[in-house]
Design a protein around this ligand. Structure first.
Ligand SMILES: Nc1ncnc2c1ncn2[C@@H]1O[C@H](COP(=O)(O)OP(=O)(O)OP(=O)(O)O)[C@@H](O)[C@H]1O
Ligand SMILES: [Mg+2]
Length: 267
């Protein structure tokens, strides 16, 4: 099983590159779990999957059941966590042909703390990794921008249980995106969990001289290896605007470059 996480500065292309990676695995005929950890969830659209409910919605629902604002459905002999897990499996996990999708989402403003979502999600993910009937060949996680993901413990839980093989920090050629990558590396270095190697992957910098410069600056000033350059691809922009899945891309230079980057790591 290969587990990869896409992180980095906002708007650099994390979700797009995560979707292109899922496309790569799908074409290899591998069953993949796509996990959208961004509260502002969009990965489902790029994978052409319906968004059922999010983990945040389920937390909300159970909260309302407990306050008797909704009819309680939890059987008395079932623990809260078991009930939550069963709701995640029935309401949140979207099963695609080759790719399943799990979406974290966020709770409504009724819940003034975001913690229950992370707490419950941590357990659900752990259980899915341990016992879900469909074995995944790969897990691709799309993180929210910056380092917000790290104080939550979901990535740690995945890292502890299965190890995260690679963290790709998406760069857009700016110093800011390199600084965010550095912050991400610093966060990971504080952890004792099994986080794999962090690589930079640069999106939409098409000029060869600029690519060379970014590669050098990343390596010399940030100790960050850039494993690939994903070109601007108007078809990606068009499909995204028309709400069409990235899985249907054909003859895409961006997809070919993403594939090359993954293959260079023997993924
Ligand atoms: N290689 C590319 N060629 C053309 N358009 C691209 C490419 N990569 C990303 N885009 C476009 O750039 C925009 C931002 O991409 P995306 O949503 O993947 O970024 P993100 O890092 O996930 O953003 P956020 O931080 O908000 O989650 C989208 O409209 C996407 O279609
Ligand atoms: Mg995104």
């Amino acid at each position: 099983m290969t587990i990869i996480a896409f992180s980095g500065k906002g708007g650099t292309g994390k979700t797009t590159l995560a979707a292109l990676s899922v496309k790569y695995f799908t074409e290899k005929d591998d069953v993949t779990l796509a996990f959208d950890m961004d509260p502002d969830a969009h990965l489902n659209k790029l994978l052409g999957l319906p968004l059922a409910k999010t983990i945040g919605n389920v937390v909300d629902h159970i909260h309302k059941e407990k306050k008797l604002e909704l009819e309680p459905k939890k059987p008395v002999d079932v623990s809260d966590i078991e009930y939550f897990y069963s709701r995640v499996m029935s309401d949140v996990l979207v099963e695609g042909e080759k790719t399943d999708l799990l979406t974290l989402g966020k709770p409504s403003s009724d819940i003034d703390c975001y913690c229950p979502v992370f707490y419950w999600a941590e357990h659900a993910v752990s259980k899915i990794l341990k016992s879900y009937k469909r074995p995944y060949a790969h897990i691709v996680t799309d993180c929210d921008p910056g380092t917000e993901i790290f104080p939550r413990k979901i990535l740690d839980r995945i890292a502890d249980e299965s190890g995260i093989d690679y963290i790709f920090t998406v760069l857009d050629g700016s110093r800011m995106s390199l600084d965010t990558a550095k912050d991400i590396v610093n966060e990971i270095n504080k952890k004792h969990s099994k986080f794999g190697k962090v690589y930079g992957i640069c999106n939409r910098v098409d000029d060869l001289k600029s690519q060379q410069l970014i590669k050098e600056v990343a390596l010399t000033s940030y100790d960050l290896e850039v494993i690939g350059f994903i070109p601007t691809d108007q078809e990606i922009a068009r499909r995204s605007l028309m709400n069409q899945s990235m899985l249907g891309l054909t003859g895409s230079s961006a997809f070919e470059s993403m594939k090359k980057a993954l293959k260079s790591l023997h993924i």
